[in-house]
Design a protein around this ligand. Structure first.
Ligand SMILES: NC(=O)c1ccc[n+]([C@@H]2O[C@H](COP(=O)([O-])OP(=O)(O)OC[C@H]3O[C@@H](n4cnc5c(N)ncnc54)[C@H](O)[C@@H]3O)[C@@H](O)[C@H]2O)c1
Length: 382
């Protein structure tokens, strides 16, 4: 098949491109080589057999050129920094998706497109699903909290609390029905999901949305301002600096290895029973941030006491964990362990240049924009 991968120069896109080529498909990449992700231009890991078009998914002409003779589209291009230029998120993530469907519907030449696969994010589920063990110990009365208010975080109170009894809520796995986007990125991804699923159904364009958890592995951009734990911890250990852990480090996350994600991407390509649906793609195992750091220290054989910082990132999710039973029913299983992801990433960063700058760069940019904030001794915000 002829397959177009938007964002194919990026992390998930490029690994998917490699796997598609390996399966014998002809692959074309549409990518703008966004400066914040690729400050050194076109990455050298791009598969030599992939056709490369530099273009912008926000522009109709880019799609028109890239879609010629294409059977399947993977739409991965996205704007992901958690920065306050809100409209960019919607233009890049949601409007680009509407534009893709608009072109497929309007242009007879693109009627042969057999499937569109769209990358969404666990972020769509916001704070996820909780219950109150005191008020509703045995019922399915779920609670979907909003982001924790500034007044709570600035006092260093991290857990979600019940509005009735004020006891600590218990986090639960969130399935695909959970939609509670709490920031500009999540809102744009939620819109993107709706656009893809609803226009796909309405205009008979088989569509699958994959809602990834935190994906880990090589080729993750070192430059996004919103640092993931893998990058912060790996760079800190590599440079011999104590890593800063936000809040108290007990936040639960689920991490999924890039090779498992690629398998999910390829699985839904030929599965008709996946069409018209959203699937969570997660690691199936919850890990606290401290547990993740301990796993990294053990895997790379380095130990540095972390700084549990009193810093927090306003708007961060406290706990989030994806329920992956729906994709498991299609026959998918996350097979790689977190240690594999750590090894792959550790090797990757050792081949990157100028890693000293990157850690400081991301943190100072986030502080400058007041995304990172600190709890003061008096409880007021610094
Ligand atoms: N990496 C994760 O952990 C994760 C988690 C959840 C969801 N996702 C989603 O998966 C998809 C891929 O993520 P990734 O981690 O590979 O991202 P990435 O930043 O590594 O790659 C994104 C690619 O899109 C390109 N791009 C950005 N804006 C563009 C535009 N306007 N036109 C054309 N190309 C553009 C970039 O140059 C980059 O190569 C995204 O849709 C993202 O929202 C990723």
């Amino acid at each position: 098949m002829n397959i177009l991968v938007s964002g194919g120069a990026g992390f998930i896109g490029s690994h998917t491109v490699d796997a598609l080529i390996e399966k014998g498909h002809h692959v074309r990449i549409l990518d703008s080589l966004q400066k914040t992700i690729h400050p050194r231009g076109k990455p050298d890991y791009i598969h030599p057999e992939a056709e490369f078009i530099q273009g912008d998914v926000r522009k109709k002409q880019s799609w028109l050129t890239a879609l010629k003779d294409i059977d399947v589209v993977y739409h991965f291009a996205a704007y992901q920094d958690y920065l306050p230029d809100f409209s960019t998120f919607f233009h890049t993530n949601a409007v680009s998706t509407a534009l893709l469907y608009e072109i497929i519907v309007a242009q007879a030449a693109f009627k042969k497109i057999r499937k569109v696969i769209v990358a969404s994010s666990q972020a769509v589920m916001g704070e996820g699903r909780y219950k109150c063990p005191q008020c509703f110990p045995s019922t399915r009365a779920f609670i979907y909290p909003s982001i924790r208010p500034e007044s709570q975080l600035s006092r260093g109170q991290w857990e979600h609390r019940c509005a009735v009894c004020h006891g600590q809520l218990k986090w639960l796995a969130s399935d695909e029905t959970v939609v509670n986007p709490g920031n500009q990125y999540a809102l744009s991804k939620s819109s993107q999901e709706q656009i893809a699923i609803q226009l796909g159904k309405r205009y008979n364009i088989p569509t699958v949305v994959l809602r990834y958890s935190i994906v880990q592995g090589s080729r993750q951009s070192l430059y996004n301002a919103y640092s993931g734990v893998m990058r912060i911890f790996a760079l800190s250990l590599m440079l011999g600096r104590a890593p800063v852990i936000f809040e108290d480090g007990n936040q639960i996350r689920d991490y999924v290895n890039i090779d498992d994600v690629v398998e999910a991407n390829l699985l839904v390509l030929n599965r008709q029973d996946a069409n018209g649906q959203v699937f969570n793609v997660g690691g199936g195992r919850g890990l606290s941030v401290i547990e993740f750091y301990n796993a990294m220290q053990k895997t790379v054989g380095k130990t540095i006491e972390p700084i549990i910082s009193r810093y927090y990132r306003y708007g961060d999710t406290r706990h989030i964990f994806s329920d992956i039973r729906k994709l498991r029913r299609l026959g998918w299983e996350p097979k790689r362990r977190i240690t594999q992801s750590i090894k792959d990433y550790w090797e990757f960063i050792h081949h990157q240049q100028r890693s000293e700058d990157i850690l400081e760069y991301a943190q100072s940019r986030m502080k400058g924009l007041r995304v990172i904030r600190e709890v003061s001794a008096s409880g007021s915000l610094c």
